[in-house]
Design a protein around this ligand. Structure first.
Ligand code: IPE
Ligand code: IPE
Ligand code: MG
Length: 235
């Protein structure tokens, strides 16, 4: 079996912030702050490794079920993080894209997202896709709505639709599917993350909590990936 090349695209479900905080007797928000640091660390390490795309799950369409206090804490942290990222952008040459329905975010946060996308659109070293108010089923339904509008406008023919054409109606338009999906925190599920894009991804589930996730953990996940035999339905 030939060794697989380095994945071009790694996707991560950044889970376990709450448990990390609880173990330390800290409020859940402290776990989310530590999780933001883990994201910074991991994104930098991906850049060193030459990974081209990093997609991270930061807030799901289901996460609104949490207390108002936790949700507003997360939103505040995201705004702070994005402001810092905008400052560092010129230095790091990271391209930002956002997956998810941004219309439910506050106007300030939405503007920061759009600003980050616009100001980084010329960078090509590494692309971070930040999933914010993201749900995989919601993404597909929004894609179907956009497609149906094109049909109504006479710009698309349903009988001619292919998988490849439909993928351009998704948030991930133009981004290759992730070869590797990592879920820390010990949970063995995908929680509505990238259902369309991951049908042939390799999954690595790890017991580490996201705020503790280190470059060594990423190395270990990639090593597992390299041990897999990808057949894509062939032999
Ligand atoms: C992931 O950590 C962050 C978000 C979902 C926003 P959690 O907050 O889900 O942490 P646990 O799963 O409760 O430990
Ligand atoms: C998935 O984690 C969403 C994010 C990491 C943003 P959750 O903590 O929301 O998932 P469940 O509830 O354990 O499935
Ligand atoms: Mg969780």
């Amino acid at each position: 079996m030939e060794k697989l090349p380095m994945p071009r695209h790694i996707a991560i479900i950044m889970d376990g912030n709450g448990r990390w905080a609880k173990k330390r007797g800290l409020p859940r928000t402290a776990g989310h702050s530590a999780g933001a640091e883990a994201f910074r660390r991991t994104a930098n390490y991906c850049r060193t490794l030459g990974v081209e795309y990093l997609t991270v799950y930061a807030f799901s369409t289901e996460n609104w079920k949490r207390s108002e206090e936790e949700v507003s804490g997360i939103m505040k942290l995201l705004a702070k993080y994005l402001q810092e990222a905008l400052r560092d952008m010129e230095k790091n040459h990271v391209r930002f894209r956002f997956f998810g329905d941004l219309s439910r975010l506050s106007p300030e946060l939405r503007r920061l997202c759009l600003d980050a996308e616009a100001r980084s659109s010329e960078y090509h070293e590494v692309q971070v896709n930040f999933c914010l108010n993201y749900g995989g089923r919601d993404e597909i339904v929004r894609g179907i709505r956009a497609y149906a509008r094109d049909v109504q406008a006479g710009k698309a023919d349903p009988d001619a639709l292919t998988e490849e054409m439909f993928s351009h109606y998704l948030d991930s338009a133009g981004v290759p599917d992730p070869e590797l999906v990592i879920r820390p925190s010990g949970e063995l599920r995908t929680s509505n993350f990238l259902p369309w894009q991951t049908v042939y991804s390799e999954f690595v589930f790890m017991d580490v909590l996201w705020p503790d996730f280190s470059p060594a953990d990423l190395d270990a996940a990639i090593a597992q990936y390299h041990g897999r035999n990808r057949r894509f339905g062939g032999v």
